[in-house]
Ligand binder design. Structure first.
Ligand code: ADP
Ligand code: NG1
Ligand code: MG
Length: 460
């Protein structure tokens, strides 16, 4: 893979770093030869813009230091071999000539995320390609099922390794879009934020990520504050339940019912963003339309079918996912209000970061973050009592705090005045973590700054 095009994923020299060296040693011990190259893909924290990417709206994430790393070598006889440095992840082996992924009921296994990334690249490689097989060792430091996007870091790392081993260079945008598509093989209908920041991140700034087409704009936060991440210690594997897809579908149905009432072809509307585009009005008008059109009480599936003048089978086919077809009630007004208001908060957050900072900048950013949390808790119902407790504890010592990622557990991100960081973290230890006794406090409570995106490393 050449690195002439600056927009391609960078290829750098193997860094003198203990964790990479351990990965190299583990590869050599396991496969009895040295790796050919290495891959690093970071996790991310989303600062604001939650559950809006799959509706077509912009988000504000930044990449973390915590990452997924791979050591990769050419294998033999079309075989994929996966080994994880964490012993609780079983080794996996398969013949990639007869490639298929099936996601059964319940939590998918770790290797299936890896297969998603491989399948994404296989989908676009020439069909007569001579794939030699691939040996991989995985080392992951992104907290899992905690809203910091360990799944996308793993899928993206797998795709990047597969592209590189097949000498198939790709621009960051192209591979980010491909990874957003192929992670859906796991069953969740995510929007693309995680894979976008994984590839497009640059050290030192957060990003405004927008979709269709995928693009990113640097966001520089006013000085004087630090982002602290605190894990609620509750976890949810998003592909193991219907919660995530249920929200995606509720947003879609809200858009389709409003479209029908506005005289549009409802089946063309897949996302709330499509509806706004078709109506050609601004976000405040969208909020008014939702308030005037949809009712508070949950919609039954029967009612949705009636409103859309369709059949249950047709609705199943074009609006629902496999794992949401059994759901009988949908909260449409609450979900749509969250999405349009959250999209508006992202615009405000970006606007504040784009002008010279004044004494109100950080408090206003913090207020937007807390409002985002309250909306996720009350309108989107994807918080968790332990997350709410962390946000509540954060009131006095931070500018604001919110759940980050999909929710139902996972992490909170807080915007903390620089001078409060130590006191704040001590307070969370004393009032929250003392009750839960995590094994390693530094992996569940840490300050963070924006790091770089995905990279390939080679030795001379
Ligand atoms: P997240 O919020 O971290 O993206 P998900 O529920 O989407 O959480 O995905 C978590 C899943 O990703 C884990 O259950 C596991 O299967 C896989 N995963 C993440 N990190 C690793 C790792 N280091 N090694 C193996 N599998 C991993
Ligand atoms: P996490 O936090 O990784 O589960 C998910 C989606 C994002 C986005 C957020 C909510 C995937 C891979 N990720 O992230 O696209 O919708 O939830 O804002 O589906
Ligand atoms: Mg995930």
């Amino acid at each position: 893979m050449s690195n002439k095009d600056a927009a391609n994923v960078p290829i750098r020299e193997f860094p003198p770093d203990d964790r990479f060296q351990q990965l190299a040693d583990e590869f050599a011990a396991h496969y009895k030869k040295n790796p050919d190259f290495y891959v690093r893909v970071p996790g991310r924290v989303n600062l604001i813009g939650e559950h809006v990417d799959y509706c077509g709206y912009g988000v504000c994430p930044m990449a973390l230091e915590q990452d997924i790393r791979l050591a990769v070598g050419v294998g033999n006889e079309n075989t994929l071999r996966l080994h994880n440095v964490k012993r609780n992840y079983a080794d996996y082996e398969c013949d990639l000539r007869n490639f298929s992924i099936s996601i059964g009921d319940g939590a998918p296994k770790w290797h299936q995320y890896f297969l998603c990334g491989i399948k994404g690249i296989f989908d676009i490689l020439p069909k007569d390609l001579d794939f030699k097989g691939m040996n991989v060792v995985v080392s992951g430091k992104v907290p899992q099922s905690a809203g910091l996007s360990s799944s996308s870091a793993l899928v993206s790392a797998a795709a990047l390794a597969t592209a590189h081993i097949n000498n198939f260079p790709m621009s960051k945008e192209k591979i980010a879009n491909l990874c957003a598509e192929c992670e859906r093989y796991i069953g969740t209908q995510g929007g693309g934020m995680d894979q976008a920041i994984a590839f497009l991140a640059t050290e030192g700034c957060a990003k405004l990520i927008e979709f269709n087409p995928l693009r990113s704009t640097n966001i520089t936060l006013p000085s004087g504050a630090v982002f602290v991440i605190a894990h609620s210690l509750a976890k949810l594997n998003k592909a193991a339940t219907a919660d995530f897809n249920c929200r995606v579908v509720e947003c879609r149905l809200a858009g389709q019912i409003i479209a029908k009432k506005q005289g549009l072809k409802w089946s063309d509307i897949k996302k709330l963003g499509d509806l706004q585009q078709a109506l050609a009005v601004d976000l405040s008008k969208m909020i008014t339309i939702v308030e005037e059109t949809l009712h508070e009480e949950p919609y039954t599936k029967e009612e949705v079918v009636r409103e859309l003048e369709t059949t249950s089978d047709h609705l199943n086919d074009i609006s629902l996912t496999q794992n949401t077809r059994h759901i009988q009630t949908f909260k449409l007004k609450q979900r749509a209000l969250h999405v349009f208001r959250e999209a508006h908060r992202v615009e405000m957050f970006h606007a504040i970061c784009s002008k010279p900072a004044d004494k109100n900048s950080l408090p206003t950013l913090g207020r937007l973050m807390t409002e985002s949390h309250e909306s996720l808790r009350d309108f989107y119902e994807c918080s968790h009592p332990q997350l709410d407790e962390l946000v509540e504890l954060s009131r006095d010592l931070t500018f604001g705090a919110r759940l980050t990622g999909a929710g139902w557990g996972g992490c909170m991100v807080a915007l903390v005045p620089q001078e409060n960081v130590d006191n704040y973290m001590k307070m969370l230890k004393d009032k929250f973590y003392v009750k839960h006794q995590p094994q390693d406090i530094t992996s569940v409570l840490f300050a963070t700054s924006p790091k770089a995106g995905a990279c390939i490393f080679v030795k001379d």
